[in-house]
Write a protein that binds this ligand. Structure first.
Ligand code: ZN
Ligand code: ZN
Length: 277
């Protein structure tokens, strides 16, 4: 399986030069095997997809973690939705009182957007999921709710023997500096367990986090603890804070590597980079 970062920035897109080394587009990751391509989240990164690669595929699958704007901002401008009879599947969580479809209807309706969802020419299938398991071709997908404001899913995706876990927005220890003692109480733990790759929220520094408790995001120290405890093999720090320039992200990573000797790789997710597992 391959994966490619199309959007790595959190909260809002940026075209500032100081953000372009690691990317200015918001959350989107593409996963592919020989038969299928999955698109994780539909931030502005989705607009950088190479549609030629999809020309001979029977369907497109978009897996949404949640409906915050930075994860759906590119969806309304995603060209395949406007392609007649193309099969497009959107997977994601519903709300506490409204369905996924009705939430997407609100986004695809005036005054926010001129084309209502019912008038999209593609063959649209909307799948509301919660703590679920399902397959798309050879991809075995497990989802679970994680701590973040509003219903938010994390994804664990298995292809053959390899596992990628994607949790772009997550606050695994609200207001604490330590994970719960029991694994089963730790938000997102079962999704991360022994994953080959973990792509995870890393919005804040340790120093900044105390002023952002309850905002739904991680400090780097939180992610590192979670990755270590879960036994992941490679960690990509993701959902980069748009207030941090790229050189700050690099300095923070250097400091992490000096202070923590982790038994796994830690990398900064970089827009445009593709990896094979
Ligand atoms: Zn986000
Ligand atoms: Zn969010």
């Amino acid at each position: 399986m391959k994966f490619k970062f199309l959007g790595t920035r959190g909260s809002y897109p940026s075209q500032k030069e100081e953000h372009l080394s690691y990317g200015g587009n918001t959350s989107c990751v593409e996963l592919s095997n020989h038969q299928h391509r999955l698109i994780l989240d539909a931030g502005t990164g989705i607009l950088g997809l190479d549609f030629e690669l999809y020309a001979n595929l029977p369907r497109i699958d978009i897996l949404l973690t949640h409906l915050h704007m930075d994860h759906i901002q590119g969806l309304a401008f995603f060209k395949p939705l406007f392609k007649k009879n193309l099969e497009v599947h959107i997977w994601g969580p519903g709300g506490t009182s409204n369905s996924l479809r009705s939430h997407l209807n609100r986004y695809f309706s005036p005054p926010l957007f001129p084309v209502p969802i019912r008038e999209l020419p593609c063959q649209l299938h909307i799948h509301e999921i919660s703590n679920s398991t399902f397959t798309i071709g050879a991809f075995e997908i497990t989802t679970a709710f994680v701590i973040h404001p509003g219903p938010t899913l994390g994804y664990r995706i298995k292809n053959g023997a390899k596992v990628i876990t994607y949790i772009p927005d997550h606050e695994p220890m609200v207001g604490s500096q330590k994970l719960y003692n029991k694994d089963k109480w730790v938000s997102g733990f079962s999704l991360c367990k022994n994953a080959d790759v973990l792509i995870h929220d890393s919005m804040y520094t340790k120093e900044e986090y105390p002023s952002k408790i309850g905002w739904g995001h991680s400090s780097t120290e939180h992610v590192i603890q979670l990755a270590r405890r879960a036994g992941v093999k490679q960690l990509f720090l993701f959902h980069h804070n748009p207030e941090y320039p790229d050189n700050f992200l690099e300095q923070r990573l250097d400091r992490i590597r000096q202070n923590h000797h982790e038994p796994y790789d830690i990398l900064l997710a970089t827009q445009g980079m593709e990896y094979e597992l």
